[in-house]
Design a protein around this ligand. Structure first.
Ligand SMILES: Nc1ncnc2c1ncn2[C@@H]1O[C@H](COP(=O)(O)OP(=O)(O)OP(=O)(O)O)[C@@H](O)[C@H]1O
Length: 634
């Protein structure tokens, strides 16, 4: 794990020019980097969230620069594109480009996902690599540029519009105004906040107190709610991390629409998920709390978090020339003022994750038959790194490895499946659906059954031995949080089918959602279902041998869940009108016209950019939800 700059010979053979764009939120740094990207003959944008990658791909395509989209769950190829917008884990460090942009570069120090930023920074073979982020990362970038023997230019930026701290707190939800984003943490707290804002803005309060939203409210509850909302001053949208990104985007669009004809929201209730990836027309950010539960304890927000969230008010180019920020409670104002006045803590570390080859070499030096979770722990204990590099937190990988332990191959077969995999290659050519949305027909001859539907002969041979070392590496880096029981259960079910030589099909998951969630419990279940679909699509892009079938059906079901969640939020929040399936299909690139075939990129209908230098899949956590947990935003 020493000298990681040397892991990337392609980049080391180049004399790269690094350009750091450093400044606060809303200072125009991404705009400057994107201007260089668009002017280049080829390029790649690497961002922390699918929402951001989608936004950049849309922006480039709209500007006449054909741009592919690559995320953990989807690949949209555009004919003739020489530009790609991707989530950072998916960046292809084997492909030379003229300009690359690495956004939110301070996330390099994130203990879960930061290794992906380190990989792109050290390994991207770009003539120019633009690094956008917090000025707190300046020293570290200087150091890393030195390790790569690249030149570094630093450009500093100031906020484009003023951010004003209001002299007083609201002291009650009655003070909420149009254009406010009210910030809190945790889905329960956010839904409660939405209800209370609606209640406080209602001109008829008499019937509201007896209304129940949870439990058996059903359609009746929704009708009552709609009736009451007609008399309300505010309509309230929602943005939080557990929502599907597509639903967040639609909620943001309704908030940005402002008053006028058609459905819209006057107020947004949001978690720190608004801190990245959405262009929002917020006039004022109101902190309902300055504390968040970080999985272990309730702690005050850090200055960096406060600045990232507050900075969303008064976005340059929006309806508001200045942004305002305040708190719900007067007692929180001192912490708000202090946080905004405090410089962000310096970013000093760059996260690293071992490559598959390194883990495999380590396994050979260990006693045979060591379970994968013990191997990971032993690796973490003995890995030697030199500052500023530090080893990624592999706790989630270890937890997943424990869950999958009983499916691990017998020790003797640990490395025996490479031959079977090679034999399966020709099978993949003909039978695998591939990962790219421009791929040809799917599911020809597939039965969608999840029992008794054996895969191909090669797949059978490959899976017969159980999960080998390479499989374990892939399955344990899947976007499944060990704290998410529904997703964990799905991971285990999929892996069991794989080992039993069965195909994994849409039938293996819960029935598709048909109607909008009508209670908090149903909403939570819908969010979970969306994450299970995400996991399925992630694995379908990495586990070969034709094991995962029905990918397009799952994409459709996933879009449907997002649409129904959005519809439920509209009804709850008082914005009439529902998103159509077509809107979602277009957004997800399922419209055949939107998914143009024929790019030379991914010739076999399979994108290979998710591989790290070792050629192995290496995404530690790519779900939006996890991403936000990982980067301390939720
Ligand atoms: N020179 C410019 N001309 C037109 N619009 C600009 C210019 N610079 C920035 N903007 C717009 O201002 C807004 C903020 O810019 P940008 O996203 O680049 O800021 P940022 O510093 O990267 O902030 P964040 O990290 O919050 O995204 C964007 O909507 C962007 O399009």
């Amino acid at each position: 794990m020493r000298s990681p700059a040397g892991w990337y010979p392609l980049a080391r053979a180049m004399q790269r020019q690094l350009v750091a764009h450093l400044g606060p939120t809303n200072s125009g740094k991404t705009h400057a980097a994107l201007t260089a990207l668009m002017a280049a003959s080829s390029g790649v944008y690497c961002g922390p969230l699918r929402l951001l990658a989608c936004e950049i791909a849309d922006r480039l395509n709209a500007a006449g620069v054909p741009c592919n989209l690559v995320t953990g769950q989807e690949v949209r190829l555009v004919r003739g594109a020489r530009h790609t917008a991707c989530t950072v884990e998916m960046a292809d460090v084997e492909q030379r480009v003229e300009v690359a942009v690495l956004d939110e570069v301070q996330m390099i120090a994130d203990k879960s996902r930061g290794w992906s930023w380190t990989r792109v920074l050290l390994g991207m073979p770009a003539q120019q690599l633009h690094l956008c982020g917090d000025p707190a990362a300046a020293g570290l970038l200087q150091q890393l540029a030195g390790h790569c023997a690249d030149g570094l230019t630093v450009q500093r930026y100031k906020r484009l519009s003023p951010l004003v701290v209001e002299p007083r707190a609201l002291e009650g939800l009655a003070g909420v105004q149009q254009g406010d984003a009210v910030v809190a943490f945790g889905r329960k707290a956010l839904h409660k906040l939405r209800r209370n804002i609606l209640k406080s803005s209602s001109s008829s309060s008499s019937s509201s107190s007896s209304r129940r939203e949870d439990g058996g409210g059903g359609r009746d509850w929704r009708q009552q709610q709609q009736q009451q909302q007609q008399q309300q001053q505010h309509s309230v949208g929602m943005v939080y991390g557990a929502l599907p990104p597509e639903a967040r985007r639609m909620q943001a669009a309704l908030f940005n629409a402002g008053p006028g004809a058609g459905p819209s929201y006057s107020v947004l209730v949001a978690s720190d998920a608004i801190g990245m990836g959405l262009n929002l027309n917020i006039r004022r950010v109101v902190f309902a709390t300055m504390h968040k539960f970080d999985g272990q304890q309730l702690r005050p927000l850090t200055p960096t978090e406060v600045k990232q969230i507050a900075g969303r008010a008064g976005r340059y180019g929006s309806d508001h020339a200045a942004g305002y920020v305040t708190c719900l409670s007067e007692s929180d104002l001192p912490l708000l003022r202090q946080s905004l006045a405090t410089a962000s803590e310096e970013v000093t570390g760059a996260c690293l994750l071992p490559r598959y080859e390194q883990l495999e070499a380590f396994a050979r030096s260990m006693p045979a038959g060591l379970p994968f979770h013990k191997l990971l722990s032993a690796f973490a204990d003995s890995a030697q790194l030199s500052p500023p590099y530090f080893l990624a937190d592999m706790a989630n990988m270890v937890a997943l490895a424990r869950v999958l332990q009983h499916l691990e191959a017998a020790p003797v077969a640990l490395h025996a499946r490479a031959a079977a995999a090679a034999a399966a290659a020709c099978d993949e050519e003909s039978g695998d659906e591939g990962f790219c949305s421009a791929s040809s027909d799917e599911d020809a001859g597939s039965s969608y059954g999840c029992t008794g539907d054996a895969g191909s002969g090669a797949a059978a041979a490959a899976a017969a031995a159980g999960l080998d070392l390479e499989d374990m590496f892939t399955w344990c880096t899947a976007p499944a949080s060990a704290d998410d029981p529904a997703v964990l259960q799905a991971l285990l079910a999929f892996a069991s089918l794989f080992v039993e030589q069965q195909r994994v099909t849409p039938d293996c998951m819960a029935l598709p959602l048909q109607t909008p969630p009508a209670s908090q419990a149903e909403m939570k279940a819908a969010e979970e279902l969306f994450r299970v679909y995400d996991l399925y699509l992630w694995l379908a892009g990495r586990v070969g041998h034709g094991v995962f079938r029905g990918r397009k059906q799952v994409q459709r079901q996933r879009a449907q869940v997002a649409a129904l969640i959005d519809q439920a939020l509209r009804e709850m929040g008082g914005a009439a009108g529902s998103s159509t399936q077509q809107q979602y299909d277009e957004m997800l690139g399922l419209d055949p016209a939107a998914a143009a075939a024929g790019s030379s990129w991914g010739k076999r209908g399979r994108y290979s950019g998710q591989s790290n230098a070792s050629g192995r899949s290496s995404s530690l956590s790519s779900s939006e939800d996890e991403a936000e947990v990982a980067c301390g935003l939720r």
